[in-house]
Design a protein around this ligand. Structure first.
Ligand SMILES: [Zn+2]
Length: 348
């Protein structure tokens, strides 16, 4: 706008009904200039010094000033006035963006980081904080249910001799006693044959550890390695990792449904809570926690963590010979790489 728009109209002083003839010139960026010789007024107003009345059909648009005075332009100038007010409002919006573009850019960059951090750390932290409040009876219920399902799908009676089974169990219970593990009387160890798990051991939330026959056979010559595996699983039991993993996946689902505003997913997360245990894999952080427990316990019991290193070597060899993990196996194993675990055991 090069030339100001000039409108004639009536000017009213605050709380007065007398109309004075006046001229109003509208300039760029919402600056106006009022001239009313009858009332001896000649003044410039900036944005914010005045408000425009809403656009109501059939009525003129009026300018209301902070001191209560009013200017009513002639109704014939309404269209031109509206155009001017739109253009200066558009300019106002651009100016607003210009003033805040740094903040906007910062928002655009930081928002995905905030969401990603929420995803990465939110469920982990929440599950850590809330797991102690989950009643142990729920752990037992979920663990019993999972064992029942696994026994129907895959696990079958062990072929190992009772003598061998009892020897391993006794050594493990003796270790728990020496380590003064709380609630150790309720800890259970089962030996089972498994097509799916092959050379493996895993923990259920009802304080039950399952070790497969084939893993025991791989470690027969090294009882320390068997105890190292059992102590790793004991770590999972002590820290209630099954429940934590379950809560973690539950919070992740809630977070997803909140971000996507999808209430159906939220429903599913409640329904899926009971069955989620089969899908919940321990995080690397939990595996490290269990490894750390096994390593420190072995150092305390045997003076060294060699049993752990040997167990890792057997697992590593078995893993290479076997494959890639089956999908079912991978549900239960998210262990860090073998070498990383051995390095951890070698730390003083
Ligand atoms: Zn583990």
């Amino acid at each position: 706008m090069d030339q100001p728009l000039i409108f004639a109209g009536a000017f009213f002083l605050p709380r007065q009904s007398k109309a004075y003839a006046a001229l109003l010139s509208c300039r760029e960026k919402g600056v106006i200039y009022l001239e009313c010789s009858e009332a001896d007024i000649s003044k410039e107003y900036q944005q914010g010094d005045f408000t425009l009345s809403p656009n109501i059909m059939g009525l003129p648009i009026s300018f209301q000033f902070e001191d209560g005075s009013v200017f009513n332009p002639d109704i014939s100038s309404k269209t031109a006035l509206l155009e001017w007010s739109h253009s200066y409002r558009k300019g106002k919006w651009l100016e607003w963006i210009e003033n805040r573009y740094k903040a906007l850019v910062l928002c655009v960059i930081t928002l995905p980081i905030i969401i990603a951090s929420l995803y990465l750390y939110g469920p982990t932290l929440l599950s850590r904080v809330t797991t102690p409040f989950i009643p142990v009876s729920i752990d037992e219920l979920v663990g019993d249910k999972t064992l029942f399902l696994l026994e129907r799908v895959d696990l079958s009676e062990s072929n190992l001799s009772k003598v061998m089974q009892n020897e391993i169990k006794k050594a493990w219970h003796d270790n728990l006693k020496k380590l003064n593990v709380p609630h150790q009387a309720s800890f259970k160890l089962l030996f089972r044959r498994s097509e799916i798990f092959q050379n493996n051991a895993f923990t259920l939330s009802n304080r039950t550890i399952v070790m497969t026959d084939s893993l025991v056979k791989k470690m027969l010559s090294n009882q320390q390695a068997i105890q190292a595996v059992l102590l790793h699983e004991t770590g999972h039991v002590i820290f209630r990792h099954n429940t934590r993993a379950l809560m973690q996946s539950f919070y992740t689902t809630i977070l997803t449904s909140l971000i996507l505003n999808d209430l159906e997913t939220l429903n599913e997360s409640f329904i899926g809570l009971g069955t989620g245990v089969v899908n919940s894999a321990f995080s690397r952080e939990m595996e490290k926690e269990a490894d750390d427990f096994a390593i420190q316990s072995l150092k305390q019991l045997a003076g060294s963590s060699n049993g752990f290193i040997e167990a890792m070597q057997v697992l590593g060899e078995a893993h290479v010979r076997h494959h890639k993990e089956t999908w079912f196996e991978s549900l239960f194993s998210t262990h860090p790489p073998i070498q990383e675990r051995i390095d951890m055991a070698n730390e003083p």
